[in-house]
Design a protein around this ligand. Structure first.
Ligand SMILES: [Cu+2]
Length: 485
């Protein structure tokens, strides 16, 4: 029956095949919810009967206000009373996220609606890097009471975790939100135009000194960054983008990286994955002095080994890195043009797949993963539907360098095409292998290649489902490859 529905929808809407592919691939929670819907005999919920409004004040660095609420539907009226800091609110129960607000600018406010809160003790905190530790955490007590509406008669049905529990969800609305959340991405894919301002990770052209030294200039500053359509944050960036610009070169290159610090605090650069003299390790105060606001500092070295590396601050990394300070640096063997393709096992057979001796990479993609700070769950500094969509022709090969600059592991799952893992942390593997899901832990880099053998739109996402969707639809670590004939 559901196939009939899909087919009818496919005729009615040219995007619906794509939507079906995109939606069907990931929306496991939706399936669970659908099962719940049937189990409830078709009572789709809806939240008649009032609910509670609880005023919550966010200050530097406390959470105050109405922290004792009755069970049921609760609207948290969040007010950020800080004069300078972005804050947000996450509500968890036994470590599982129940609700999360967006990032609220200083002086701003937001209504966070939580349907069907069940009695118990919850943790409420600010997830901006360092704020919880600074004191922005409190206990939210939800007490028995209210008791209006038949939803509470549902008691004890396990919805499989996540944010769906108890009653009050409007499933029809969830379906609509989920399907609609793809539209801006589809529009971008069709038009080839991004739906946010700013593209990170662009190639940084060096200036060349008379002796051949390549000079890469970086400026660290707080800049506006559009993470998703309309969602602008104060990101901490190199040259105004997240990721910062991509630095490429070859073994034997003499390199200077010149950093201008326009941040309100000290910084440094650790080039994670490079083989360097100790003086260039970028760890203040151990190997250098802190680069104070307004100062300029130069790193200088000769590239000794091929690398798929990433650069980021070491000082106050917990604050600066999640907020956007990261970039890729790739150094190939001499004569290979700064590509990570030196790791490709050409002419070998990997897990039954022959790797052509003359394999040409049609596209080399860097994908920087982040999950914290003002940028949050993202691929290359963008949250779905603002993530870049990749277009390829059937038969082409893509090479992907994953970099995890976040605080959690992310199992990156590409639909349909096995990823041939060829390198880890820039080191070619003696035994490459295939996987449809590649887990990248914080600090790790994995290089994979895949051949786009079948046309279609194939989604590509982190398989921790709440890194890829929320009740209002897909977001975060989701993108897709469109393979044309
Ligand atoms: Cu993830």
């Amino acid at each position: 029956m559901s196939d009939d529905v899909n087919n009818a929808a496919a005729k009615a809407n040219p995007y619906s095949t794509l939507l079906a592919v995109l939606g069907g691939g990931i929306a496991l929670a939706l399936v669970i919810v659908a099962i719940g819907f049937v189990a409830r005999g078709g009572d789709g919920g809806g939240s008649e009967g009032g609910g509670t409004t609880a005023a919550i004040e966010l200050t530097d660095f406390k959470i105050g206000g109405m922290l004792d609420v009755p069970a049921g539907d609760v609207t948290f009226a969040l007010a950020n009373k800080s004069s300078s800091s972005v804050h947000n609110v996450v509500i968890t129960k036994d470590g599982t996220e129940v609700a999360k607000s967006s990032d609220i600018a200083a002086g701003g406010s937001e209504n966070l609606e939580v349907a069907g809160l069940e009695p118990g003790e919850y943790e409420i905190y600010c997830a901006i890097s360092g704020h919880k530790e600074a004191g922005m955490t409190a206990t939210l007590t939800v007490s028995e009471g209210g008791g209006e509406g038949g939803d509470s008669a549902m008691g004890g049905m396990d919805m499989g975790g996540g944010s769906s529990s108890g009653g009050g969800e409007n499933y029809a609305q969830m379906d609509k939100d989920m399907m609609e959340s793809f539209q801006p991405f589809v529009d971008s894919l069709t038009s080839g135009r991004p739906n946010t301002e700013g593209i990170g990770g662009q190639e940084l052209a060096p200036t060349i000194e008379p002796d051949g030294t390549k000079v890469f200039e970086l400026t660290a500053a707080i800049t506006d960054w559009e993470v998703a359509p309309g969602q602008k944050v104060k990101a901490w960036t190199y040259n105004g983008t997240a990721p910062g610009p991509t630095i490429r070169g070859e073994v034997g290159d003499r390199i200077k990286v010149v950093l201008k610090n326009k941040l309100p605090m000290g910084t440094d650069i650790h080039m994670h994955g490079m083989v360097l003299p100790n003086t260039q390790d970028g760890v203040s105060p151990v190997t250098q002095k802190l680069i104070e606001p307004g100062e300029t500092y130069t790193y200088e070295y000769t590239v000794e080994k091929p690398a798929v590396a990433m650069y980021h601050p070491h000082a106050s990394g917990m604050h600066q890195v999640p907020n956007g300070m990261w970039g890729a640096m790739i150094f190939s063997p001499k004569g290979q043009g700064g590509s990570a393709g030196y790791q490709i096992p050409r002419g070998r057979t990997v897990s039954g797949t022959p790797i052509p001796a003359d394999l040409k990479v049609a596209r080399e993609v860097n994908m920087v993963l982040n999950d914290a700070g003002v940028i949050g769950l993202s691929l290359n500094g963008k949250s779905f539907p603002a993530t870049e969509a990749y277009t390829m022709k059937t038969g082409e090969w893509m090479l992907v360098n994953y970099y995890n600059e976040g605080s959690m592991s992310h199992p990156m799952h590409l639909h349909q095409f096995p990823q041939i893992v060829i390198g880890r942390d820039g080191i070619p593997l003696d035994s490459p292998y295939q996987a449809d899901t590649v887990s990248i832990a914080p600090g790790e880099r994995y290089t994979v290649i895949f051949q786009a053998e079948r046309p279609g739109v194939w989604v590509w996402h982190c398989h921790i489902l709440n890194h890829a969707e929320r009740e209002s639809g897909m977001f975060g670590m989701v993108t897709a490859v469109q393979v044309n004939q």
